[in-house]
Structure formats: C-alpha cells, structure tokens
Write a protein that binds this ligand. Sequence first.
Ligand SMILES: *[C@@H]1O[C@H](CO)[C@@H](O)[C@H](O)[C@H]1NC(C)=O
Ligand SMILES: *[C@@H]1O[C@H](CO)[C@@H](O)[C@H](O)[C@H]1NC(C)=O
Ligand SMILES: *[C@@H]1O[C@H](CO)[C@@H](O)[C@H](O)[C@H]1NC(C)=O
Length: 191
Amino acid sequence: MAQTLPQHKYTILTILLFSFLLHGESHKFSRKLSPKSLGLKKQKLSHLHFYFQDIVGGDHPTALRVAQSSITNTSSTLFGLAVMIDDALTVGPERTSKIVGRAQGIYASADLNQAALMMVMNYVFLEGKYNGSTLSILGRNQVFLPVREMPIVGGSGLFRFARGYALAKTHFLNMSNGDATVEYNVYVQHY
Ligand SMILES: *[C@@H]1O[C@H](CO)[C@@H](O)[C@H](O)[C@H]1NC(C)=O
Ligand SMILES: *[C@@H]1O[C@H](CO)[C@@H](O)[C@H](O)[C@H]1NC(C)=O
Ligand SMILES: *[C@@H]1O[C@H](CO)[C@@H](O)[C@H](O)[C@H]1NC(C)=O
C-alpha cells in the first residue's frame, strides 16, 4: 500500500515526523547536569550551635496551641495537641542573648503512651552569610530524654542539598508554664 503513495506524500510524512521529534526535543523533561554548572563545589560539613527559646506562657508567647484532639486534655501525653511556633534561636542560653535565627513550624504530641512530639519545622537563619538560608527538620522528639536526635531533611540557600541531624538537649524547663530553652547542636552536610 505504502509503495503506491506518490513521492510528495513521503515528503509530508517526513516533515511531520521531524517536527514531532523537534517539538519533543524543545520540551525535554529531564537532563543530566554537572554539579559545577549549578555552582556547587565541594561538599562541606558544618556544626551549628544555638539555643531554642520556646515561650509558651506570659504576655508574648512564641509557641501557641492551634489544635487539639477530643482526648488531649485527659491524655497523659496531651495526645493530639498541635502547637505552632515562631521561636527565637539565640547564640547563648539567655532569652536576651543575640538572635541568630528562628524556628518556625509545628510540634504535635504524636504518641499515646510517651511524651513524644512530631517536630515539623524550618530554621531560618539571620546571621552573616547564613542570613535567609533555611534548614528543614522532620523528626521525633521524646522530650524527657536527655538528648533527642532529629533528622535534617533538606535546606535552602547556603544549605541546598542539606542533610544531617540535630541533637536537642533541654537546658531549662519551667514546669509551671511550660517555657523551655533547648540547646541544639546541628551537624549538616551541604555545598
Ligand atoms: C482543653 O483545654 C484547653 C486549655 O486548657 C481549652 O482551651 C480547650 O477548650 C480544652 N479542650 C477540650 C476538648 O476540653
Ligand atoms: C538579613 O537580610 C535582610 C534582608 O534580606 C536584611 O534586612 C537584614 O539586615 C540582614 N541581616 C543581617 C544580620 O545581615
Ligand atoms: C515559671 O513560670 C511562672 C509562672 O508561669 C513564673 O512566675 C516564674 O517566674 C517562671 N520561672 C522562671 C525561672 O522563669
């Protein structure tokens, strides 16, 4: 059948085929890149040290209850309580110490039997070359353990391609209003 087609029909088919291929080419979905082409040089390991100021009580709280479950108030672990935070990160343990960033996100009581929080938050840094760069934390925080480890799952700015872990240690806890100062040591690989 095809053998009987006149010559110009082949030409039209060829043009259609090429335009299809060219069209596909100009809308390529993925390609391989060298890290250099994005300005990525050597991978580095950084250690960050700061204090997380979780202010629950008083006139200017930075941690506010945003949701709870029907059993939160009767649960020994406050199961289902969700708290939205915009907590200062300071260079020293005092609240008045220099602010180097903020921890913004949510922690929620996610364990029916133990005091353990699910932490979903971004650190946004305000200091020097880190200004505007962020790290994202997603992890389990069993608050009464002396040291809790949470994964760093990513980052932006100076922390693109970040991964690592954060170690949290309670420095101060006011049992009467829930205010806490938590020391953080963060170990992060990035470019
Ligand atoms: C639980 O307690 C909080 C504050 O102590 C209150 O605002 C909330 O309405 C209570 N929730 C229930 C379901 O009783
Ligand atoms: C951080 O960047 C903001 C603007 O992006 C600027 O207003 C601020 O002064 C900077 N802070 C420091 C400590 O460099
Ligand atoms: C703990 O909280 C209570 C009341 O909420 C406050 O009166 C007290 O000063 C706080 N203690 C410290 C050491 O901050």
